[in-house]
Design a protein around this ligand. Sequence first.
Ligand SMILES: [Zn+2]
Length: 83
Amino acid sequence: MKMLTIRNNFHNTECRLRLRGRELSRRQANRCRRTLCGVTGCLCGGAINQRGPASIVDTQGRQYYARTGYDDKGRWYVRVLDD
Ligand SMILES: [Zn+2]
């Protein structure tokens, strides 16, 4: 389990979450999006409104990337990758 800090350097916001496995839960993804940018129609950030260099880091400062897609059942996911 990893503690991640997700940042948006346009709105100067951040969101912390505990990652279990490699995917964010829908609740976590929605909470991040709302916390990092509450502006309707704003295109500031990525899949979870992360923005800026090193916008997803763990407590050791290691950087992660978020990738989104659909699984074989058509459900949307956000996967956190450390490579
Ligand atoms: Zn925004």
